[in-house]
Every structure is written in structure tokens, then in C-alpha cells.
Design a protein around this ligand. Structure first.
Ligand code: PLP
Length: 393
């Protein structure tokens, strides 16, 4: 199959529909924003709801935040639970993936000698969190090594080989932010369950970029940021804790209400006063997302990636460091060009061509990460490709 063959038949009609969706986002300026994996712009309706809520708060802060705006939070949890296929009682709202990951990493009870399996590709703060526990408590953190371009079967085999009778936790990244590679997490979680190993899934990049079912995954902790692919206001995250782990996991912050009940022990309100206006933007972001649908969004993002990659195949020395022959391909990919300084190319694209992509380097992998969003059109990618050609030729 030629994944990069461009089907021009339905293209015109489709682009018109996506053009309408683009009009619902704030303009991205001055750069062509191809770094949506870092953080996505919220649709205008979300931005407006958040600003309105901020003004509303200023008129009577205490009452308007806690007796008005925050009363919508149980409803928001029900809506999120429907999207990710779990019980609302398993959802905690927080500020971002980093907070959710720290809650799991520092909250799982472990004793000296217990082993945790991570990989060199996990998010740097995730690795740092586990290594801190190793230093403080004498747990053992082991690295599972494999290549980001290995097959699913080979990666699963690497994890299985790295497990020992002392492995208590398997830390997994659903989609690597380095290059967009998706791990076979369902199969890995199943293997872990058979061995009584807990699973922490970092889904910062997958929730709302593609369909995710917590029930099917059946992991112990699933963590994501709502300000990435869902388009909620910046400063929103979600931690899903399986019912079987809620009571036995330590909260990161001592809960406000004692005794701490159920999932509330992980919610952001234990932090003290926070800005409720930010949470007020979650409901419109969910509505916006539902109107498009996770399946359709995933298909469009995959199509955009295949589209631009198809246009650059003839650039001498072009290399893609993301597997494309898979349905799990989505918005994120990483490329390099032989004999070109990729850091300099990142600067040139931004400074001379107003194109914003992200230089990434991890282990032996180095290149520019490209991550379009659904508000982008094929003509944006044509502009990116023209800029790339002009920068390297
Ligand atoms: C895989 C992964 N995990 C965790 C994070 C941290 O997300 P946040 O900065 O929203 O806490 C990111 C951010 O890009 C990520 O890509």
C-alpha cells in the first residue's frame, strides 16, 4: 500500500468542511503553528467562555467561584467519563499530565526492593519522578530498552524480558511526544495484569487525539492534559484512577476534607485556591470535540501527516523517524535530513519562513517534530513544505 498517494477526488469537499472548522479557532500568528503537540490553541468558543468566567469571578470571587462555577464540575466529570469510557467516580481534575503522573508516581505504595519498569523514551519528568523515589526509598527502577521504530511485537517482547518477579509497576507512554509512536498499551496492560503488575499510562498525547477507552485499556492509572488535543484552556488535566486503586494510593496533597473520600482525594481543589475560570472552559471544549468526534479527528490528523510526508519524499537525505504504516499514526511525526544541522533548520524555518516546528533530541534520535492540528488545512502544509524546500535547497 502506498500511504502517501494523494486521493484528490473527495479532497475539495473535505477541505471546505475543515475550512469551516478552522474558522472556529483564533488565528495563529505570526507563525504557522506546527507544534500543537506542546499545547493546542483552544477554539474561540472555549477562549470566550473562559474570559467570561474570569470576569464573572471578579464580580464576587468567593461566591461566584465556589458556589456558582464549581457546581458544574460533577457534570464535567460525567462528560469526560463518557468520552474516556470510565466511571465519573474514577476521574480527578487537576492542572496537567505532570501533576497526574506525579500523583501516581509518588502515591503508589512501594517498599524497598520493589521494581518499577520504565523506558528511556518516557517523558523526562516521569523518569525523574521514579528515579527520585529510587534515591529516597530504595525501590529499584529498571530501564526497558528498545528502539522507537521496533515493531509492536518486538517492543512487547522487550518489556516481557525486562519483567521480573519483583516488578510491581509498569510505566508506559501511550504516544511518545518525541516522534508520535504509539505503544501497544492494551496488550502490555493485559500482560501486566496477568502478573499482578500495576500500570501507569501516560496518555498526555492520545486522549482526544484518537479514541481511548479506559475500560478496554484496564490500566490502573491513565493520565492526560486537557489543554492538548481536547482544546480546553491551558492549565487543565485529568487523572483516571481505577476503582481498585483509589483507596490505596496516597494523594499528592493532603486532602482538604477529612476523611478524604474516594476520587476527591486527588482533585485539584486540595491545592487550595485555584482559578475556576480555567475549569469553566472544559465543558465547551468537550462539546466542540464531540461535534467532530475522536475517530474523525484521528483520521484527519493521520491524513495531514501522510499528506505532508508524501510531498517531501524526494528531498535528498529526508528521513522519517515515525512509523507510518500503522493506523495509530496521527498528528505527530519526527524527521531529519542527512548532513543538515536540524537545530539550525528549526531556527531558519521560524526566523526566515515563519514556520514553527520543534527540535527534539533523545538518545540517538534527533530531528524536527511536526504536529499539525485539525484547524490546519492542506494548503498550510503546502506552505510548510515550500518553506522546508527553500531552507534546505
Ligand atoms: C508524553 C507526555 N507526557 C507528559 C507531558 C507533560 O504534559 P504537561 O506539560 O501538560 O503536564 C507531555 C507534554 O508534552 C507529554 O508529551
Amino acid at each position: 500500500m502506498n500511504f502517501f498517494a494523494i486521493d484528490r477526488s473527495a479532497e475539495h469537499e473535505d477541505e471546505a468542511e475543515w475550512e469551516r472548522i478552522r474558522a472556529k479557532y483564533p488565528p495563529q500568528e505570526p507563525f504557522l503553528n506546527l507544534n500543537n503537540a506542546a499545547v493546542s490553541p483552544p477554539p474561540t468558543v472555549v477562549e470566550e467562555a473562559t474570559v467570561d468566567a474570569y470576569r464573572f469571578i471578579s464580580r464576587n470571587p468567593d461566591y461566584n467561584m465556589w458556589s456558582k462555577l464549581d457546581t458544574a464540575l460533577p457534570h464535567i466529570k460525567r462528560e469526560l467519563a463518557e468520552l474516556i469510557d470510565c466511571s465519573p467516580g474514577e476521574i480527578a481534575l487537576n492542572r496537567n499530565s505532570s501533576e497526574g503522573l506525579s500523583t501516581a508516581i509518588f502515591g503508589i505504595p512501594l517498599t524497598k526492593g520493589d521494581q518499577v519498569l520504565i523506558s528511556p523514551w518516557d517523558y523526562p519528568s516521569v523518569r525523574a519522578g521514579w528515579l527520585q523515589r529510587q534515591q529516597r526509598e530504595g525501590i529499584e527502577v529498571l530501564n526497558c530498552t528498545f528502539d522507537l521504530m521496533d515493531s509492536d511485537d518486538d517492543i512487547i517482547e522487550s518489556y516481557v524480558q525486562a519483567m521480573t518477579p519483583r516488578t510491581r509497576v509498569l510505566q508506559l507512554t501511550h504516544m511518545y511526544h518525541w516522534n508520535g509512536r504509539v505503544l501497544p498499551v492494551n496488550r502490555l496492560c493485559e500482560i501486566a495484569r496477568e502478573r499482578d503488575i500495576m500500570t501507569v499510562v501516560d496518555g498526555a498525547q492520545t486522549f482526544a487525539q484518537m479514541p481511548v477507552s479506559f475500560r478496554e485499556l484496564d490500566c490502573d492509572f491513565f493520565v492526560t492534559s486537557l489543554h492538548k488535543w481536547l482544546g480546553a484552556p491551558i492549565g487543565n488535566g485529568m487523572l483516571v484512577v481505577s476503582e481498585r486503586r483509589i483507596d490505596t494510593t496516597w494523594p499528592l496533597l493532603a486532602p482538604f476534607d477529612q476523611p478524604a473520600v474516594h476520587i476527591d482525594r486527588f482533585d485539584h481543589w486540595n491545592l487550595g485556591t485555584y482559578n475556576s475560570a480555567v475549569q469553566a472552559g472544559i465543558a465547551p471544549a468537550i462539546q466542540f470535540h464531540k461535534a467532530i468526534g475522536a475517530e474523525r479527528m484521528h483520521a484527519r490528523l493521520r491524513e495531514l501527516t501522510r499528506y505532508w510526508v508524501g510531498l517531501v519524499q524526494d528531498i535528498p537525505g529526508f528521513r522519517l523517524h515515525t512509523p507510518t504504516d500503522t493506523d495509530s499514526l496521527a498528528a505527530i511525526s519526527l524527521f531529519s535530513i542527512d548532513s543538515i544541522d536540524m537545530q539550525q533548520l528549526e531556527r531558519d524555518l521560524r526566523e526566515k519562513h515563519q514556520v514553527h516546528v520543534k527540535y527534539r533530541k533523545v538518545e540517538h534520535v534527533e530531528g524536527l517534530r511536526v504536529s499539525p492540528h485539525i484547524y490546519m488545512l492542506k494548503r498550510d502544509l503546502d506552505a510548510f513544505v515550500a518553506a522546508l524546500r527553500s531552507a534546505v535547497e
